[in-house]
Design a protein around this ligand. Sequence first.
Ligand SMILES: C[S@@+](CC[C@H](N)C(=O)[O-])C[C@H]1O[C@@H](n2cnc3c(N)ncnc32)[C@H](O)[C@@H]1O
Length: 217
Amino acid sequence: MFKSLRNQMVFLTQFGKQFETTGSLVASSRFLAKAITRFLAARPDHPIRVLECGPGTGAFTNQIVQKLQPGDAFDLVEVNESFVDVLNQRFESEKPWQAVRGLSTIHEVPLQDFETQGNYDFVISGLPLNNFPPRLVAEIMEVYFRLLKPGGMLSYFEYMYIRPVRSTMSPGVSGNRIREIHRIVESYFSRHRVARDSVLLNTPPAWVQHLQAKAIM
Ligand SMILES: C[S@@+](CC[C@H](N)C(=O)[O-])C[C@H]1O[C@@H](n2cnc3c(N)ncnc32)[C@H](O)[C@@H]1O
């Protein structure tokens, strides 16, 4: 209870300090965490590789660690040092996290600069794409699909109706930015989206977008 309150305080402080990358006042709910990890929950029995982008204080990580098995590999890519500190503490102190500490590696680096050997079966992302410049959104979408194995699954979230609302309400440059992001992500949705979940029990309510890399025939 005390720890979760402390983690929420870290989140709120980072929202004030790093608004663009933090993207939210509070961490995601457990309902959103369940929805974003639902394809991982139906994982195959053989060892898999999982990448989490932007874990923050670990709302999704807490679900991911419970779904890992011996032989898996789990990479976490987080740009904010304060969040990395929280994640390290959780791997030290919480039982389900401790159990997979040996499989898990935290990388304190922006996703767009992350270098890795090998691709992933699951990419689960909390990056606030709708806050970013369109060029960065295009780069990150490209990175997601470059890092996925054929048939691998990308699951990420965004706040409901944020793109349509902002693109009609925001004047000038700001509206253009969100319309350009809309064009970029929609082009991926048309080719790769397999499901969209609505999660009302989150602040604010959110959609989870699930996109699959093409399998090799
Ligand atoms: C909206 S928060 C989500 C945090 C957590 N997944 C949750 O849902 O509560 C966005 C997270 O992405 C991280 N982030 C933003 N840009 C990033 C980037 N380019 N590379 C890696 N992490 C990034 C932020 O520091 C923050 O932890």
